[in-house]
Design a binder for this molecule. Structure first.
Ligand code: AMP
Ligand code: MG
Length: 345
């Protein structure tokens, strides 16, 4: 890393312009957005984008999202936008919402993994927005983490794994949402959620009247099965320790099951909602936040997942939440963190 910019407490536009210059010159900049930190480069420069894949150890058939700062940039990179797509963008941008659109030839193949579509997002985080507008370029950025690991939601979580691979780090403190954006593709006029996030199915339905949820959000991929969003193929968000996710609408059953599982292990670690911590007496527990405050759980879950290996547990038992609203996105990440090792009672 050549440059560290601390913008935790106040914005410094001169420094942001310097970071934008690094993007223009083909460098890699680690920067905050309202969802998670991004590992960004000039999205129109094939070589710069190659370095993102190298730094993350990301498979080249997993496409990147292009981040824009305004609607002018949009028309330079995509075409044939439908009314439904416009409606969604106008409602949810700037914000944690990505839409898959038809790309123009100017978008390099490496960004889209040779697809003729590209994911586009307009972040609301001011640091991200200014970085993009000062560089005058769409910024290609996946989440800032080594492939397979939980996404970075603050600099201290990811400094060790990425600092020597980037040209510049911008520290903007903890990210607001803590989960990656909702990814949507409009198919036959109906918005289909490929990855759930802070913008919920209910939010989308309110705007355009209908919504679908892709079945791969929870199911495992069968061999050779075709997916709309290649990110669905990969191991994701996973600690090194063995993890199991457990959920029941009936809290007594949930607690009983988790206590039961933990009995068969020597050094279990439980990720518990605040309300249940007291029900796992004499056990090692991390409090993931109140089940009545899913925003809080979403905000901290990746940091919690990053903590678990330090305890060297022989099993990590994670309490699930109801798959409703933001709970859908939280459970989507947790199911993957547990490699689909999921028990619902
Ligand atoms: P990440 O870059 O890992 O933070 O996540 C980006 C997500 O968006 C991944 O799941 C990608 O597979 C998905 N994505 C990006 N571009 C496209 C595209 N053109 N079509 C479908 N999914 C996409
Ligand atoms: Mg990611």
């Amino acid at each position: 890393m050549k440059k560290f910019i601390d913008l935790k407490n106040s914005l410094d536009y001169t420094k942001l312009k310097e970071a934008a210059e690094i993007i223009r010159l083909g460098g890699l900049v680690l920067f905050p957005t309202e969802t998670v930190y991004g590992l960004g480069a000039n999205g129109l420069d094939e070589n710069a984008v190659k370095n993102i894949f190298k730094a993350k150890g990301r498979s080249s058939d997993n496409p990147l999202i292009l981040h824009i700062s305004d609607f002018n940039m949009l028309n330079d990179i995509v075409e044939n936008i439908s009314d439904v797509e416009y409606k969604l963008m106008k409602e949810f941008w700037p914000g944690p919402f990505t839409i898959i659109l038809n790309r123009k030839p100017v978008v390099p193949n490496i960004v889209t993994a040779n697809l003729d579509t590209v994911g586009i997002r307009m972040p609301s985080n001011e640091i991200a927005n200014k970085l993009i507008s000062y560089s005058g370029l769409p910024i290609a950025a996946p989440s800032a983490n080594i492939s397979g690991k939980p996404s970075g939601t603050n600099i201290s979580d990811i400094f060790d794994e990425l600092s020597d691979k980037v040209d510049c780090i911008i520290d903007g403190g903890n990210t607001l949402v803590g989960l990656e954006s909702t990814v949507v593709r409009v198919i036959d006029g109906i918005p289909t959620i490929l990855r759930p996030g802070k913008i919920t199915p209910e939010d989308i339905k309110r705007v355009v009247g209908n919504v679908k949820i892709d079945k791969h959000i929870f199911s495992k991929l069968e061999d050779g099965e075709k997916v709309l969003s290649p990110g669905m193929k990969y191991k994701h968000y996973a600690p090194d320790s063995k993890c199991v996710l457990v959920y029941s609408d009936n809290n007594d059953l949930l607690v009983k099951k988790i206590n039961e599982i933990s009995m068969s292990y020597k050094t279990p670690l439980i990720l518990s909602t605040s309300e249940n911590v007291k029900n796992y007496e004499n056990k090692l527990v991390i409090d993931i936040g109140s089940k009545y405050n899913l925003d809080e759980i979403a905000k901290n879950i990746f940091t919690d997942l990053r903590k678990v290996d330090k305890f060297n547990p022989d099993i990590v038992i994670i309490e699930g939440v109801k798959q409703e609203g933001l709970g859908l996105a939280i459970m989507n990440r947790l199911v993957r963190a547990c490699s689909h090792n999921y028990i619902e009672i």
